[in-house]
Design a protein around this ligand. Structure first.
Ligand SMILES: Nc1ncnc2c1ncn2[C@@H]1O[C@H](COP(=O)(O)OP(=O)(O)O)[C@@H](O)[C@H]1O
Ligand SMILES: [Mg+2]
Length: 543
């Protein structure tokens, strides 16, 4: 044990007598001896070295992970949202840093996550939160010195450091050499394979540990393969924390789970991922995959963090029918900054809300004109407001991005437009608020390819029958992005649709699957059409 004595003394009052000096020295030594026992017992460390309020403490599954990590060394944990994964990771970083520091050995703890914000807004603040609850007398050293030892995104002690590293910096992960190593992968589902590989080499020997934690996503990527126990990753052990465990531990309320089952549908990918902690693919027939919505949520969080909202452009208005809510989607530039739900569907009240927004911000309203909405459009026009009527069942000449597929009605065209704006292959930067209802709405509708080369997106009534609710927030957002003419996409040749852009952190095989799906659509187009077509003065050759 090698705590610098000088600094221990610096925080305690000087002993007033020889007896005091001896007693203090004795206590410091006792703390050191007992603290050494935590080296392989993160569970005891967490129970005994943090201050816990009455009735508080780690949950059974958190303790289970803490017990297993020293033995199993590589542990991947998946489970529902808010089960306490990031807290667990923070405890492990603090345990590792303090025990290895106390051993006087050379150590490093690299923390990474699929998005930087996860480190800067969640994991590192969580590390700070728990270091404030450390019982320093148990540890036998003075508290971390803020700004010198403990910084926003790092902890630098005499023998080693813990730090944050971006998940696309495999080189920094690989370069983390020390005989005692800890890797933490938070929100691990989208960490690129190269980063995992970089850590793998270092984990082969020594006092090395890896903890990967995440709510699951699509069944793809390294985090998924580890949970699948794919050959080659058998050094990892896995733990699935179930919804029942989270409810029993009081970390998730049964009401939350019930409400989400109703809102999302128990078979939806979003319920499987976030409530059950299971991998699930977005519905093959779904218009918008969950992963695209999550990427748009990340962009929203980044805008919110930076406070950089563009100018207000329009408000999409889905007027409630038959007891549904009315939802207003306020769009700034390429982002829906805010959703405003109202329990009313009365012409005057809705007109009042929309007019108020247009009065304050300018811009225009895109109002669903069926039913009560017709009155809203009329009243807004009377007041001289900029308003566009959106009639979902109306005919449209709009085409999809390829210029080849049409739509059975305007609703289908508008939902497809949003799909294309969210598709990472198209390079748009649409941002959407992380709102559970909106996520459920956007991932709910199915689509079919009708025989006449037209795409049909499931109707509002069909969805209501299937899900028992209507997709009001989704429709308001779809309308906010609806423009009669296709947005000014960069000109492209048909061959370019097949190029598979890889999303950050995406498995190349997944991109390949996407490419194949596109290819299928193209094939359908090809079956019906000539080899060469001219669109907008450019000739496209189908190969
Ligand atoms: N066992 C626990 N006791 C007290 N607070 C906890 C415990 N586990 C987690 N928390 C707190 O609950 C909140 C959510 O936990 P977090 O770890 O962020 O969940 P997740 O990462 O699974 O979404 C955080 O504020 C965290 O500090
Ligand atoms: Mg977390």
């Amino acid at each position: 044990m090698s705590w610098p004595r000088a600094s221990t003394r610096s925080t305690a009052p000087p002993p007033s007598s020889l007896l005091g000096l001896v007693a203090r020295e004795f206590m410091a030594q006792a703390a050191e001896v007992s603290f050494a026992g935590y080296r392989d017992s993160p569970d005891r460390f967490v129970l005994e070295c943090f201050q816990w309020e009455e009735g508080e403490g780690p949950t059974i599954y958190q303790l289970d992970v803490l017990r297993r990590l020293p033995r199993e060394r590589r542990l991947a944990l998946r489970g529902p949202h808010s089960l306490g994964k990031t807290a667990l990771a923070a405890w492990i970083v603090v345990w590792f840093a303090l025990t290895r520091e106390a051993m006087g050995v050379d150590w490093k703890a690299a923390t990474t996550a699929s998005v930087w914000r996860q480190l800067s807004l969640y994991l590192w603040p969580e590390i700070h939160k728990w270091t404030r609850r450390l019982k320093w007398d148990m540890i036998g050293r003075p508290p971390f010195r803020e700004k010198q030892e403990l910084l926003d995104l790092s902890l630098s002690l005499e023998h080693g450091e813990a730090f944050a590293v971006a998940s696309d910096r495999a080189d920094s992960i690989e370069g983390a050499h020390a005989s005692h190593l800890l890797y933490v992968f938070d929100e691990a589902k989208a960490i690129p394979p190269a980063t995992w590989d970089a850590a793998e080499g270092a984990l082969a020997s020594g006092d090395c540990y890896a903890l990967a934690i995440s709510t699951p996503g699509e069944p793809q990527g390294r985090f998924y393969e580890i949970h699948q126990r794919k050959p080659g990753y058998d050094d990892w052990s896995t733990r699935h924390v179930t919804l029942a465990e989270c409810i029993a531990a009081g970390r998730v309320s049964p009401e939350w789970a019930e409400q989400r089952a109703r809102q999302w549908g128990e078979s939806s990918a979003v319920y499987q991922n976030r409530a059950l902690g299971e991998f699930a693919s977005s519905d093959e027939d779904g218009v918008i995959p969950l992963a695209w919505v999550e990427a748009a949520n990340e962009r929203w969080r980044a805008l919110e963090g930076a406070g950089e909202w563009g100018d207000f452009t329009c408000v999409g208005v889905d007027v409630g029918r038959g007891g549904d809510a009315t939802v207003l989607a306020l769009r700034h530039g390429e982002a829906i900054r805010e959703l405003r739900p109202y329990a009313v569907a009365d012409t005057m009240a809705v007109t009042g809300h929309v007019a108020g927004i247009l009065q304050a911000h300018g811009g225009e309203a895109v109002v669903d004109v069926i039913g009560v909405g017709a009155g809203v459009v009329d009243r807004l026009k009377e007041q001289g407001k900029a308003v566009r009527a959106f009639n979902a069942s109306e005919h449209t000449d709009a085409k999809d991005r390829s210029g080849e597929l049409g739509f059975v009605n305007k609703r289908s065209a508008a939902w497809w437009r949003l799909r294309e704006l969210l598709d990472p292959a198209n390079g748009h930067e649409i941002a959407l608020p992380p709102d559970d209802l909106l996520t459920g709405d956007l991932t709910a509708p199915h689509w079919r390819d009708m025989s006449a080369g037209k795409i049909a997106v499931e109707g509002k009534e069909e969805i209501r029958k299937r899900l028992g609710r209507s997709t009001d927030s989704g429709d308001a957002v779809v309308q906010a992005f609806w423009e009669e003419a296709a947005p000014s996409y960069p000109p492209f040749r048909i061959a370019r649709i097949t190029r598979s852009a890889i999303m950050p952190g995406e498995d190349p095989r997944r991109a390949e699957e996407r490419r194949k799906r596109r290819e299928k659509i193209r094939r359908k187009v090809r079956e019906r059409r000539a080899k060469r077509v001219t669109i907008g003065g450019r000739e496209y050759i189908f190969r």
